[in-house]
Design a protein around this ligand. Structure first.
Ligand code: ADP
Ligand code: MG
Length: 459
């Protein structure tokens, strides 16, 4: 390394240290002197390479605390101060390795300020393979994810995982990233949610930075794109995903995608993109059965250091089917009560938690919310939507409501029939199919559905 030591390197160290001083002064006004003294002030900038600025903290605790509490702001401020997107990595000092002295650090800093933008991605260490419970509901997805993590770009490329909200898709994406990075911390992994991809892309378009944007998504060894359904109806972004996909695929980089529905149901996606998406392993995740739910609950309780009174875990698991997120929501609600009583969740606490969670249905909009959305949009009352009227505009709004409810809640036809004013399940199915086929031909309808779908996602 020392033979690469040059005058320019010196300039970068100065840049890094100057940038850090600016960041510290912003942090001082944002967080106050105490945080600076205890945490940020003890960080030592050691390296600036490949769009990553590395810092050393005095302990694991400080490193984790800073990462969790200040990570996002620091990334952002540091990027602004250096004039190019960078990510901050904080390592704790490990006793038996010699401390990297200033001179060594200086020498290893190469000129990076002008290099292509490197994607920023915050690892989420909560989600790992060892705390993901496998069951018959997610067997294929889990096997695929593990394979991809151990042999990126080899067997299952792309890997496409789909299933309703709250069943562990994002967990698996992070587990893949974490395993790869545990093995090789320098492996260029990028996790991104499709909504953020869209926002970054729009920003790049507006600021004439499309080339840099593209580089940042192609300069990776593994590309994890979450919630791809969020770009339905966004033609330009889909086009960009298509090109990114092709580039990565041709260069044997691993691609993993998640969605709440299978590729063929990604309405408004071009056929060529859909074909690409389903060209590797397509694996679904279904809601877990009761045994798996109990196992998940027990593990989450252990992680959160809370216990169940006899039979209470079974009670929770049998009373909250569907989304694991809801189950976790109930656990958290119950734990809040249990904290004041020896950290044991009793039957009555569990009952109250089930009630509370059922009232909100964590993450998924309720049917009545979807109906209200449709009612507002088409100016047709909820009663009319559920009622018998066959007037064309009411029937059309009703079919669209059915379509959205199915897509969003994934309820059974029978259940949706009941929710739609006690209709027969075949009538409901017919309404769904009608919209489904019309969407292929009718661009306006397609846009309308996408608009409603994205509004529903923010409910
Ligand atoms: P999705 O992305 O499918 O909407 P998430 O990955 O966000 O769902 O999962 C929601 C919550 O449920 C997370 O806290 C996750 O850890 C948990 N979870 C889901 N499935 C499992 C599982 N099989 N084992 C352990 N935790 C799970
Ligand atoms: Mg998710």
């Amino acid at each position: 390394m020392s033979d690469q030591y040059s005058f320019e390197d010196q300039g970068d160290v100065v840049a890094l240290r100057t940038a850090w001083q600016q960041v510290m002064s912003r942090a001082r006004s944002a967080y106050g002197e105490v945080s600076i003294k205890r945490f940020l002030g003890s960080l030592e900038p050691v390296q600036f390479e490949g769009g990553v600025t590395r810092f050393r903290a005095s302990s694991v605790f400080v490193a984790e605390w800073v990462r969790e509490k200040y990570g996002r702001d620091l990334d952002c401020w540091m990027s602004e101060a250096l004039g190019s997107p960078v990510r901050i990595e904080i390592e704790a000092e490990i006793r038996d390795t010699p401390r990297v002295g200033a001179a060594t650090a200086t020498a290893s800093i190469r000129k990076e300020v002008a290099t292509p933008e490197t994607p920023r991605f915050q690892r989420d260490l909560r989600y790992r393979f060892d705390n993901f419970i496998g069951g018959s509901n997610n067997q294929l997805a889990l096997a695929g994810a593990k394979n991809v993590a151990s042999e990126p770009g080899r067997r299952f490329n792309p890997l496409f995982i789909y299933g309703p909200s709250g069943l562990g898709k994002t967990h698996l994406l992070h587990a893949i990233a974490n395993e790869v990075l545990d093995r090789d911390p320098r492996f260029p992994v990028l996790y991104i949610n499709a909504q953020s991809f869209l926002e970054q892309f729009v920003f790049a378009l507006q600021h004439g930075r499309v080339d840099a944007f593209r580089r940042s998504h192609r300069n990776v060894g593994m590309w994890l794109l979450d919630d791809i359904q969020l770009i339905m109806g966004k033609d330009k972004t889909q086009e960009e995903v298509f090109h990114t996909f092709n580039w990565l695929y041709q260069n044997a980089k691993q691609i993993v995608l998640c969605s709440d529905r299978p590729p063929r149901e990604l309405m408004s996606f071009s056929d060529r993109l859909r074909t690409r998406l389903e060209s590797g392993l397509v694996a679904d995740i279904a809601p877990p059965d009761t045994e798996t739910r109990i196992a998940i609950l027990r593990m989450k309780a252990q992680e959160r250091q809370v216990e169940f009174a006899d039979g209470v875990d079974e009670y929770l698991a049998t009373h909250l089917a569907g989304s694991v997120r809801r189950l976790e929501g109930a656990l958290i609600t119950a734990q809040a009560e249990a904290m004041v009583q020896e950290n044991v969740i009793t039957q009555s606490m569990a009952e109250r938690a089930v009630q509370a969670v059922r009232g909100t249905v964590g993450g998924t909009p309720r049917v009545d919310q979807i109906l209200e959305l449709v009612s507002d949009f088409f100016e047709v009352s909820v009663d009319e939507l559920k009622g018998p009227s066959r007037r064309a505009h009411i029937a059309q709004a009703r079919h669209i409501a059915i379509f959205l409810i199915k897509q969003i809640t994934n309820g059974s036809w029978k259940q949706i029939g009941v929710q739609m004013g006690h209709r027969d399940h075949t009538t409901v199915l017919h309404g769904f199919r009608k919209i489904h086929t019309q969407m292929d031909k009718d661009r306006d309808l397609n846009d309308t559905i996408n608009k409603l779908m994205s509004r529903a996602n923010t409910l």
